[in-house]
Design a protein around this ligand. Structure first.
Ligand code: APR
Ligand code: PHB
Length: 395
């Protein structure tokens, strides 16, 4: 069985990028089809990052999808940098007038899926063998299989929102994209534990044993990370060893980390990666499909949302007024913010992680930088304005 369907924007991937784009288009009366390789349960259950920039929350609010986020999200007006046996608060609100909100990415995705389904517009889960065709023509096509049927979706444009391991980026002919990447010689071991957070705020901790991060999801769920080897085997980390190492890095005189049952654990590698340009013909890449950052700056989700905000506005101008300029400038506009976030994420990562084989000179430089950030209002403001989300000049 095969059939042909038609839409204005074919969106591949139902992560934050694809779902926010779909809703922003809907609000402008633009039709789209979202194709997602996985099932709804899998997408809604996948545990990812949890820090939303000020601008991300504002956008979700304007889109009318922030009801639960406003109720359950945890506003954070600062965070702690820990090194040399002490904590130093970075006062985000005091330094920038803005704050961040802790709310799991999968909760954002759940809210966006509900909003999409409520519009009655198509969101296809378990779309198999998605492939892109005729990207350089005026009617690019997305082919996929669903419940045994072969479907050809004829579009005006295609949005590649299918993450770092998706298929859209690879559909661009060889020689078009430049790739800029850096792999880090370490990863993060992350856990989710059923215990109240031991600190009201996030703690980014430098330690001679390696970086650790205390974060949270809800008043009863703590999220914790440890720097580990980039290819660390999770089997080598029974729960007791994880707690022991977390205590060794995070505990201070008079403060100890609370423990609880570990309900999730996993290892992620750390990579910086950008392709340029983020568009080819009628295909526009957004989010992790075009770039990734190491998680230290908490930028991944926010960048994905920032990309599609630019893309949705550009598509709106094109459909409404026939103005092609914003769409032609999409990549250039998005990349300004992407590179700012790439630098910030690299900088936070380099300042806080012990490189394998790192010597005392490395450590002294890191500690000097941390002390500078903790004691200079100018340095702290620079960190804070990037952390809450820096908006580069529009042109
Ligand atoms: N066809 C259809 N869907 C696909 C395909 C494919 N070939 N390949 C991947 N997908 C889906 C994935 O299953 C996923 O649901 O695309 C979606 C991409 O979503 P994300 O990986 O969440 O990427 P993005 O929306 O760009 O959001 C970036 O996610 O990885 C985190 O830290 C990252 O916070 C950042 C955010
Ligand atoms: C998280 O809570 O998952 C988290 C918080 C801050 C980061 C990265 C991840 O920098």
């Amino acid at each position: 069985m095969s059939r042909t369907e038609r839409t204005q924007v074919g969106i591949v991937g139902a992560g934050p990028a694809g779902l926010v784009l779909a809703h922003l288009l809907h609000l402008q009366g633009i039709d789209s089809v979202v194709l997602e390789a996985r099932g709804r349960e899998y997408v809604e259950g996948r545990i990812r990052a949890g820090v939303l920039e000020h601008g991300t929350v504002e956008l979700l609010d304007e889109m009318g999808v922030a009801g639960r986020l406003r109720e359950q999200g945890l506003p954070h007006h600062g965070f702690e940098l820990q090194f040399g046996g002490a904590r130093h608060r970075i006062d985000l609100s005091g330094l920038t007038g803005r704050h961040i909100t802790v709310y799991g990415q999968q909760e954002v995705v759940r809210d966006l899926i509900a909003a999409r389904l409520a519009t009655g517009r198509p969101l296809v889960f378990e779309a198999e063998d998605v492939s892109l065709h005729e990207l350089e023509s005026e009617s690019p096509r997305v082919r996929y299989r669903h419940r045994g049927a072969e479907v050809e979706l004829v579009c005006d444009v295609v949005a590649g929102c299918d993450g770092h391991h998706g298929t859209c980026r690879d559909s661009i002919p060889d020689g078009v994209l430049s790739v800029f990447a850096r792999d880090y010689p370490f990863g993060w071991l992350g856990i989710l534990a059923e215990v109240a957070p031991s600190s009201e705020e996030l703690i980014y901790c430098w330690s001679e044993r390696g970086f650790a991060l205390h974060s949270m999801r809800t008043p009863r769920l703590t999220r914790l990370y440890l720097q580990c080897a980039h290819d660390e085997e999770i089997e080598a980390w029974p729960d007791d060893r994880i707690w022991e190492e977390l205590h060794a890095r995070l505990d201070l005189d008079g403060w100890t980390l609370g423990e609880g049952p570990i309900v999730e654990k996993g290892v992620t590698g750390m990579r910086s990666f950008v392709v340029e340009p983020m568009q080819h013909g009628r295909l526009f890449l957004a989010g992790d499909a075009a770039h990734i950052v190491p998680p230290t700056g908490a930028k991944g989700l926010n960048l994905a949302v920032a990309d599609v905000r630019v893309l949705a506005a550009a598509l709106g101008a094109w459909y409404r007024e026939g103005d092609t300029a914003p769409l032609a400038a999409y990549s250039e506009t998005a990349l300004r913010r992407v590179w700012r976030a790439e630098h910030f994420s690299w900088w936070m990562t380099t300042m806080l992680h012990r490189p394998p084989g790192g010597d005392v000179f490395d450590a002294k430089l890191q500690l000097s930088q941390l002390a500078y950030v903790a004691s200079s209002r100018a340095a702290a403001t620079s960190l804070a304005e990037n952390y809450v989300g820096f908006e580069p000049d529009p042109a």
